[in-house]
Design a protein around this ligand. Structure first.
Ligand code: ATP
Length: 314
């Protein structure tokens, strides 16, 4: 059974329908990247899923909890970090965490260990006695996440968590998300920084003008790929790329082979075995292959497909 189920969701602001009937499911242990142009409805969808606003119609279930109807109950299992958040600047990180622990009903005897464990996970241990108001932006972001996960929620929603962070802080966040996933949490993360989402996301949902444009599993470890699917490939050869393109065009499962910007790109309908066979046949046919790369995921393509569509409709 999927952990989260959204069905025919519609959300209206006074003057605008922001979510226009969308449905999808999220399995436990996924990291779902929520992407789409400005105004697509990402924040609105996240706020509905966090049980902070009630949709006009449709359903949101977290396991068997009806989120809009029973949002108080759902909040025990959901954490939501808004793109703009505030902290109590006059409290230390430890006091902020204690306040969050009490708010989430963590038993008194367990609070100190919950603070220590959460601080450790977020690399905040050394800063527990610093005032929130004195923390750097990266540390504030980590403290805000810590406050939301101290009660170990099953489902963590983060709206633009990496915006404004330097590359090192962003890398740390990426590691944290993978760590949370490995601990069994499920994450929904919106971001405009596609390259980073690609490092840790397992699925992508693309929204555009309140519609769900795409919902798919990202291609990660191709060595484990069993079912056939469309695999975008980039190939470099030492000489005669045109000949290689001709060869590829004759392969039944290869489509759209072109040589552009010094690289051959194409798509293969296949799995791990198909990839291996294609490489073998290229080498057997004396094409001097020096690079044979599977595009890590279709996140960028998924995004730009929506942007292209937007421009076409404009
Ligand atoms: P961004 O990437 O810019 O954060 P988003 O994908 O998160 O955008 P939302 O903030 O969910 O998009 O907004 C979806 C639509 O609803 C937009 O057209 C926005 O202008 C509109 N909207 C958002 N909040 C309100 C509001 N309070 N009243 C009326 N319209 C709103």
């Amino acid at each position: 059974m999927p952990m989260i189920k959204v069905e025919n969701l519609v959300f209206d602001y006074m003057t605008k329908r922001a979510i226009k009937g969308i449905s999808f499911k999220i399995e436990k242990g996924s990291i779902v990247a929520l992407i789409g142009p400005n105004g697509a409805g990402k924040t609105t969808l996240m706020r509905c899923m966090a049980g902070l606003v009630k949709p006009f119609s449709g359903e949101i279930y977290l396991n068997d909890i009806n989120v809009p109807e029973d949002s108080r109950h759902a909040h025990k299992y959901i954490s939501y970090l808004s793109d703009v958040f505030g902290l109590y600047d006059n409290l230390t990180a430890r006091q902020c965490l204690r306040y969050a622990a009490l708010a989430f009903d963590i038993k008194a005897a367990e609070i100190d260990s919950a603070i220590a464990e959460t601080a450790e996970m977020l690399n905040l241990t050394e800063h527990l006695d610093d005032y929130a108001g004195n923390l750097s932006r990266g540390l504030r972001q980590r403290l805000a996440i810590a406050l939301g996960i101290i009660h170990k929620p099953q489902f963590i929603i983060l709206d633009e968590p990496a915006s404004g962070l330097d590359p090192e802080a962003r890398l740390e966040l990426s590691k944290l998300f993978t760590d949370l996933k490995n601990r069994g949490h499920t994450l929904l993360i919106s971001s405009h920084i596609l390259a980073e989402l690609e490092d840790y996301a397992t699925h992508v949902i693309v929204l555009d003008d309140g519609h769900l444009i795409k919902n798919e599993k990202l291609l990660r470890d191709t060595t484990l790929l069993k079912e056939e699917r469309l695999i975008p490939l980039e190939i470099r050869v030492r000489a005669n790329p045109e000949k290689t393109v001709e060869f590829l065009k004759k392969q039944e499962k290869v489509k759209a082979a072109v040589f552009e910007n010094n690289i051959i790109s194409c798509t293969l309908r296949g799995n791990a075995e198909g990839l291996h066979n294609l490489l073998k046949s290229l080498i057997n046919a004396n094409h001097e292959v020096v690079e044979f790369m599977v595009e890590k995921s279709s996140l960028k393509n998924a995004y730009f497909e929506t942007v292209k569509k937007e421009k076409k409709d404009a």
